[in-house]
Write a protein of this length. Sequence first.
Length: 318
Amino acid sequence: VKLFSEISREDNYCANRQCYVDCDTCLACQNCLACQRICPILDGFPGDDELDNVIDQRIGKSSIHGQDGGAVTGILKSLFEQGEIDAALSVSRNEDWETEVVVLTSAEQVASVAGTKYTYEPVLSSLREVLQKYEKIAVVGTPCQAHAASLLRENLTDKIKLVIGLICMESFTYDDMGENIMPNIMGLDRKTVNKLDFAKGKFVAETDDDKALVPIKEIAHLARKPCHHCLDYTSYYADISVGSIGSPDGWSTIFIRNNIGKEYLDKVKGIEYHDKPIFMDIVVKLAAQKHKNNAWDYEKFNEVVWNGGEWIPEEHST
């Protein structure tokens, strides 16, 4: 994306909507508004109550090793085995914690993406190719990605069958996470780290022999800049939201947000459910904290952009 001051006559620029188009398929804007209809920022954010569309909530865990309860891994594996999905977009990592977008096409591949990475990857960047090859697609992503995937389904394609959103405070680039936070701030060799997690105000990295902790406030400023403007903690626009907050250790928090999510989750086999409810106070507290820390006038932004004006952002600090 280019700043307005950097745009020249030669650029693929839609002056009508103040948009810079950098895509081979959009060299000539026809003002169809497709890009606006699938943009999560222009669609807006949830209100103060991020849980007002939850129709069911569960604490669960899968028999497959994953982050905490491994619910996402278990859901995908079971749906593949039953033929309910034929492709899933997710993120994998190598031993250096370098991440990449992957297209899963079988239950056997699901374990390869287990665990949370905290490094952002453009999950939807592979969607064009996937839509050409598959008919029943699941998308796993952060709140912004889940929102965009839901808008794509609503406006452009019926091949996205299930959107699983991750409960997420923020994410990082690999340069910050892999090259700075783990080796410099936490003093760890990336190759020895087995798990990363946010827990009780700390960022935690586990190895076979030890555990390193750093206060979240010491690394929060290193999060990706867009994350400092995000007002969605619980993946409000997903069909199913999954995280660990509010559940006992080793279990996953699962929010079902619509009938699509309920239909698919009810088909899933191999998930054990806890008999206790989610501890909602901490979920509500952290959602409110994200809203407070990242507050900005996105409604004014939308008004300016949709009326063809130029948005000049105010200085924003976390």
